[in-house]
Design a protein around this ligand. Structure first.
Ligand code: ATP
Ligand code: MG
Length: 401
């Protein structure tokens, strides 16, 4: 009988029971070690349900990578909606990623479309959209909890007006019902006078929930819950779990811990082992580069990939921490040639550099007045140039297929 490779694969044992519990988008029911944060949010937001329309709330959730900010905000908003539904209040939640919806216009559009899905993309000013949001909420007696995720990026680019405009919405009308509340989420949200009006600023400064990095024990509790759902019984050795938590505790990052666990599981499958040995975790560590923020890099346009590739190559070649923007542009032109792409003008390149800086992918600073005169210097934030280059080559190749 000829060998049937498909049947072979299908009948092959896997350490995974339901891999999707380890996927990035999955938000677990329980969030161990974030109980206090969830309670604190609930205490502050409960009036939105006990006395709808009386007040609105504005909060900031801040903390390092992978500390559960997005997960907590989503889970909390969900619980608010359920509580409201039990009381027949028309309460909505909307999670907006401000790195994807990069302008106030796109954010407003997204809000409006939550209530009017067919609303056209073009043809209105941001002010008109805002006005329509007010009307929809008012006329249909609805309330909205808005989660503005990755808000730090947005504020760096556009300042804090969006918060002012959104919160001021209801204030214009006498005795109006307060229908919009929000939670801003980010690693570090710059709260300074230049970016915000004074009343928004003072509210926000009082309402910050800070998330700390997880230690190894906390990570172990988080992973243990996932392991029960995602893996076959006894597939994950306790030594392996411990090792993963130790590795990930250096960053305090639950996303990294979950990725290590998933990769270690893949390693077990590829060697047809029914248990995940500690060595698979070590191998996973060597293959995982948490400093390479893939979700950010993937979301960038191809032209930014080319520019970033140029910067990575120049930095590698020069073996220095920074190169000038002129040097990057020279390299960019040759990269464009290699990829049959028309290089863009300096002003456009300059905008991309600012954008990459706001994303935290590159680091820019002004040079001192030296031989070259004053110019902008470009460096990389966390990632080794070599690693970034390899990753970008992969992305660009995929794009060419
Ligand atoms: N306390 C927790 N319990 C269970 N899972 C958690 C917990 N904290 C984080 N996670 C999981 O870890 C991963 C990263 O969490 P999350 O996306 O919320 O981090 P974040 O703080 O928003 O990070 P970033 O700053 O990169 O956006 C997610 O898969 C999330 O479900
Ligand atoms: Mg997040």
């Amino acid at each position: 009988m000829p060998r049937d490779y498909v049947e072979d694969e299908l009948s092959r044992k896997s350490v995974f029971k339901s891999e999707h519990y380890l996927s990035i988008d999955y938000v677990p029911e329980n969030l161990p070690h974030r109980e206090n944060e969830l309670r604190s949010l609930a205490q502050n937001f409960k009036t939105l349900i006990s006395s709808p329309g009386r007040t609105s709330q504005k909060f900031i959730i801040e903390g390092p990578v992978g500390t559960g900010k997005t997960a907590v905000a989503k889970r909390f908003a969900e619980q608010m909606v359920h509580a409201a539904r039990r009381r027949d209040i028309r309460f909505h939640k909307l999670h907006i990623n401000c790195r994807v919806n990069k302008s106030a216009y796109l954010v407003y559009l997204k809000i409006l479309r939550e209530f009017k899905p067919e609303f056209p993309r073009r043809g209105h000013s941001p002010e008109e959209l805002l006005q329509m949001i007010v009307e929809v909420l008012e006329n249909e007696d609805r309330y909205l909890l808005l989660i503005l995720d990755e808000l730090d990026y947005f504020i760096k680019q556009k300042g804090g007006d969006i918060l002012y405009n959104l919160t001021r919405l209801m204030d214009d009308q006498l005795n109006a019902q307060q229908r919009l509340s929000m939670i801003g989420v980010g690693r570090q949200i710059r709260l300074d006078e230049n970016l915000f009006d004074s009343s928004t600023l003072s509210t926000l400064q009082r309402n910050i929930v800070r998330f700390e990095r997880y230690n190894a024990t906390e990570l172990s509790d988080i992973l243990s819950e996932r392991i029960k759902m995602a893996f076959e019984d006894r597939a994950v050795m306790s030594e392996t779990l411990q090792l993963i938590c130790e590795i990930a505790s250096e960053r305090g990052d639950a996303r990294y811990a979950i990725e290590l666990l998933w990769r270690a599981g893949k390693q077990a499958d590829s060697t047809t082992s029914s248990v995940i040995l500690p060595d698979y975790a070590r191998k996973a560590k060597a293959d995982t580069h948490p400093e390479l923020r893939k979700e950010i890099l993937e979301s960038l346009p191809i032209q930014s990939h080319l520019l970033l590739l140029a910067a990575a190559r120049k930095l590698k070649e020069g073996r220095s921490a920074y190169v000038t923007i002129g040097e990057v542009e020279d390299m960019y032109r040759s990269v464009c040639e290699e990829y049959d792409s028309e290089p863009r003008a300096h002003t456009q390149v300059w905008e991309w550099v600012q954008d990459l800086n706001a994303h935290g992918v590159i680091d820019t600073k002004r040079s001192g007045v030296g031989q070259r005169g004053q110019t902008t210097l470009v460096g990389l934030s966390d990632v080794p140039a070599d690693l970034l280059e390899q990753y970008l080559l992969g992305l660009l190749d995929k794009g060419r297929l």
